[in-house]
Write a protein that binds this ligand. Structure first.
Ligand code: G6P
Ligand code: MG
Length: 974
């Protein structure tokens, strides 16, 4: 049943079965309650019982240690109390029995009066709403406690320390509860007061609400102090919000750069990393805007990090707020993916005895006005009668790109309400106007500061208990690329934003977000982690893709970090473009137009190599000239240089762009684009392929000295991906000419003249397509990745598949050592099979999957790989294997599983994740006539998927649902 393919059919969709869940809310069918600390507070009795034992045995014990016993089993509790001391087994058993006897004696006093406020009402409300209820507790005394409280009959299932072997933080009690209720784990919400319980419930794949302080239950999807103010509607709202929220609760200094990347926000014109307003040691703060390129050594060009506009510095009683100084507690940072609002709250004191304050920062980049953003901070005094507050909010031109300064300062001024800055990039000469208008509590005295490059507004006043002092900063940044008088325009926009106020600016932005999400969202029923990760990864693409210009595209690390210097690779067309093709075609078109505008440079590159037509650069930036660095430092030894050949010989990108053009056209039905621009990209690319093919004595055309997607093997001959794509591209170009002749004869004639295309040339296209070497063995049906690949030393399977491996196979074997083996960074033949499924027979699909998938470095090879492996696993009928790949991609940035998320978002992995869900699990396809079909293949946990897409200008609602009859799909044209 699970994972079974079902025919494309109509069915009544099951989203209705949970009447309280609106269309975009998670389906919740069961509430699983922890007992101690959630429904009743037996922690006090446990404390007394442990204290008695400890006093009798002379063990150190106090309330603080008792806190650490929350949620963990009796045996583990004793281990914590013993703190490493060994005990003979019999003594151990006797002590455990004694503690329990003391505890049970205290339990005798329990009555319904010991139910915590709100507990019984919530359980009853859940039952009345038709939800299943269960207890999942580590306590073996659960039946006694429930009986004492008089609520045993309120639960459909009770799972406790007697029922499972492994206790929390293992997921077993929760999974057993879901099983007994007959409800999928991902449709359960767990209420927990202990960290061990929160971790266990998350591992079980459930929604988790924590009760207590952030330091204890901050990992949960949502958090309340206790149940006293939590009714069922509140609980549902909290989970609905959590499904759109990325949270951070611990501020470990090790993860500063990773978290900066994670909390990047933006609007498709500019983005800002999650850098702290007040700064942090070890940070890599940056904000990037499309079009603001400037030259750099080695990597040629990069986007210049904008002057810092998000900063707000605070002093409380003269002590500067610095997160690493003094004592910071209760950190909670969250990104609302629905609206792009980033918030960060914490409590802070500079030193023992100094005033304690609650601080809350909020910021967003407006989706409504592409030049505008806003930041605000609220400060509340928590101790003492008063304290002085000093605030500095301004702009800072003293920024750098990993050591390189891009800006010259041209002008600045500040007054009591605003700060303004004019800068120019040093090489490209791009002017940038930045303006900030600051609004604050009238009780604060305003002044200004005008240090070189740092105009700012200064505010001074007194904090008083119980009052929150707010300071709001409205920012506008305009580059000379977008406006002829950027500074004046920025000042006008910042003034307008301030005039309208925070709420109005935010509401306008949120309304735009809602419109985007209508098409971009993929709703997953039954898998909290997948749901949040999908929305998060799509969000990261939505904020970075060029929404307002055809002169920019999406770099490999989006606009979220310094990695790859914002250069555009095949990642864009093959991995990141498809979500836009289906949800926001105008943005997909912008990205393709970026390539069209750069055809002259692609032609120049082909000509410089002795070829004809358009050869696109492996790395592209401002002009479209090749910007791949030629030499870079070795990953293991920065004193040694490594020659980078991709810019010279990784030629498949030209076909990848044609693939994207035709995919966009087939899905959007945008004939106008194809006729005016897309066709030229395809035809001039085909001309390149025909001219770059070498006819050899064997009567076959060859492409020698190339690099396929698998960059563990460089400078190879007849790479399968490259050769098959060359043939496909040439065939598509010939077919396109036929289509143009029939449907757009004037354009066909124009293009033939413009490109000087004649029949001899198109005959050659056909000849190359017919005779290009396709490295398939007719006996085995195996496609050889490149000439000689199968003769290489086979993979070291035990190492490759060892869960203990923490480095890539290339790092282990060295660049050359790895190249002598069959280890794959990513599988070229399978990438081909993914993109062009029709060029392989069914048997070829199977044989090649079986051969290449196990030889791939899924864990530490290319971050582009896992999502595609997920789709391929689905096609091989193994959705749960696909799900393991999917989760690897889902965690690339959120959990930094590859330890390099600090450099920026893995954009291709993000786009691939969407493809894994939509093309893999949903199995969505668009037929040539524009019909949308689905062949779903859901992982076990997934109960359903719902998404909307635009195909041929029409809205389609795609719904996939699992039921007892299997998995079914419906596609409704709206
Ligand atoms: C709950 C409590 C823990 C306790 C555990 C085992 O989870 O929060 O403090 O250690 O149950 O209880 P038991 O009643 O089996 O000793
Ligand atoms: Mg508990």
């Amino acid at each position: 049943m699970s994972g079974s393919r079902a025919a494309h059919s109509t069915s009544t969709h099951r989203w209705q079965e949970d009447p309280a869940s609106a269309a975009d809310r998670p389906v919740l069918r069961a509430v699983v309650f922890d007992l101690d600390g959630v429904l009743t507070d037996t922690a006090e009795y446990h404390y007394q019982a442990w204290q008695q034992l400890a006093d009798e045995e002379g063990l150190a014990f106090d309330r603080e240690i008792n806190e650490r016993l929350r949620g963990v089993s009796r045996e583990q509790s004793l281990d914590i109390v013993l703190a490493g001391r060994a005990l003979p087994a019999t003594t151990r058993k006797a002590w455990l029995e004694r503690k329990n006897a003391y505890y049970v004696a205290l339990l005798g006093r329990l009555t319904s009066a010991d139910l915590l406020p709100g507990a019984q009402a919530l359980v009853t409300a859940c039952r009345e709403a038709g939800m299943a209820t269960a207890i999942a507790s580590a306590s073996r005394n659960t039946p006694t406690v429930l009986a004492g409280l008089g609520i045993a009959e309120l639960f459909d299932a009770v799972v406790d320390g007697n029922s499972v072997v492994r206790s929390k933080p293992e997921p077993d009690v929760f999974l057993a509860a879901a099983e007994r209720l007959g409800v999928p784990a991902g449709q359960c919400v767990v209420l927990e007061d202990a960290e061990a319980g929160v971790v266990g419930a998350l591992q079980a794949g459930m929604w988790v609400v924590g009760l207590g302080p952030a330091v204890r239950v901050g990992r949960a999807h949502a958090r309340f102090a206790d149940l006293s103010a939590v009714d069922l509607a509140t609980l549902r709202d909290a989970i609905a919000a959590a499904a759109w929220t990325v949270r951070q609760h611990d501020g470990s200094a090790d993860s500063v750069r990773h978290q900066e990347t994670v909390f990047t926000i933006g609007n498709g014109h500019f983005c800002v990393r999650g850098s702290f307003e007040e700064g942090h040691p070890g940070q890599a703060p940056a904000s990037f805007m499309h079009g603001v390129w400037d030259a750099m050594p080695v990597q040629v060009t990069e986007l210049a990090a904008l002057p810092a506009w998000w900063g707000i510095d605070l002093w409380v009683d003269g002590a500067r707020l610095q997160p690493h100084v003094g004592m910071l507690t209760g950190l909670e940072r969250q990104l609302d993916l629905r609206t792009g609002l980033l918030t960060r709250g914490f409590e802070w004191t500079s030193a023992p005895g100094a005033p304690r304050v609650a601080v809350r920062f909020e910021r967003f980049v407006s989706l409504d006005d592409r030049h505008t953003a806003a930041v605000r901070v609220g400060v509340t005094l928590l101790s003492g009668d008063s304290a002085t507050l000093r605030v500095r909010a301004g702009l800072n031109a003293h920024v750098e790109n990993t050591g390189l300064v891009h800006w010259d300062l041209l002008g600045q001024h500040a007054d009591g309400g605003s700060a303004n800055l004019l800068t120019r990039t040093r090489t490209s000469g791009i002017i940038l106007g930045s303006a900030a208008v600051v609004q604050a509590d009238p009780a604060l005295r305003t002044g200004s500061g005008d240090a070189d490059g740092q105009p700012c507004v200064e505010l001074n006043g007194l904090l008083q208990p119980g009052r929150t002092t707010m300071v709001t900063k409205f920012v506008a940044i305009v580059s000379g690329v977008d406006h002829e008088d950027p500074w004046a325009h920025a000042q006008a926009l910042a003034g307008q934003a301030a005039g309208g106020g925070w709420e109005r600016l935010q509401a306008a932005s949120s309304a735009r977000w809602a419109a985007l999400w209508r098409y971009a969202d993929v709703l997953v029923d039954g898998a909290p982690e997948a749901q949040i990760a999908l929305r998060y990864n799509v969000f990261q693409l939505l904020i970075a893709a060029p929404r307002f210009t055809e002169q920019a595209s999406l770099g490999a690390k989006t606009l979220s970090g310094f990695g790859y210097r914002h250069h555009v690779f095949w990642d864009t067309e093959i991995f990141m473009l498809p979500p836009f093709v289906f949800s926001e075609p105008q943005v997909a078109r912008n990205m393709l137009m970026y390539r069209w505008h750069r055809l002259p440079e692609a032609r120049a590159k082909a000509a410089a190599n002795g070829y004809r037509g358009a050869q696109f650069p492996w790395e592209s930036a401002d002009s479209g000239a090749e910007v791949t660095p030629t030499w870079v430092p070795h990953f293991a030894n920065p004193h040694e240089l490594v020659r980078i050949w991709t810019g010279d010989v990784e030629i498949h990108i030209t076909a990848d762009i044609a693939f994207a053009v035709l995919q966009y056209w087939r899905v959007s039905g945008d004939d106008g684009f194809l006729r005016a621009h897309g066709a030229e990209l395809v035809l001039d690319g085909a001309r390149f392929w025909a001219s770059a093919a070498h006819l050899e004595a064997d009567g076959r055309y060859h492409y020698r000295d190339v690099i396929g997607p698998d960059e563990y093997h460089e400078r190879v001959d007849d790479n399968a991906y490259t050769n098959y794509f060359a043939r496909w591209h040439l065939q598509q170009a010939a077919a396109l000419l036929d289509w143009l002749a029939e449907h757009a004869p004037a354009d066909a004639a124009r293009l033939r003249t413009h490109l000087q295309l004649d029949d001899d040339e198109t005959d050659r296209w056909r000849d190359v397509a017919d005779r290009v070497l396709l490295p398939v063995d007719p006996d085995t049906d195996l496609l050889e990745q490149f000439e000689g690949y199968l003769q290489l030393t086979d993979v070291d399977l035990p190492t490759l598949r060892s869960p203990a491996r923490t480095t890539s196979m290339q790092q282990r074997l060295g660049i050359e050592g790895c190249a002598r083996t069959q280890h794959l960074k990513q599988p070229d033949v399978l990438m081909l099979a993914y993109l062009l499924p029709d060029v392989l027979t069914a048997r070829q699909h199977q044989v090649n999957y079986d051969y290449y998938d196990p030889r791939t470095d899924h864990e530490h090879g290319s971050s582009l790989g896992p999502s595609i492996s997920a789709v391929l696993a689905c096609r091989a009928g193994r959705p749960d294997l696909g799900y393991a790949h999917f989760l690897r991609a889902a965690r690339a940035d959120l959990l930094d599983v590859r330890h390099n998320a600090g450099d920026g978002i893995h954009g291709a992995s993000a786009g691939g994740l969407w493809q894994a869900a939509v093309f893999g699990f949903v199995g969505l396809r668009v037929r040539d006539d524009g019909t949308v079909t689905c062949d779903p293949m859901l992982p076990d946990a997934w109960q359903g998927v719902r998404l909307r897409c635009r195909v041929h200008g029409r809205d389609h609602l795609v719904e996939v649902a699992r039921s007892s009859g299997g998995v079914s799909a419906t596609v409704t044209v709206e």
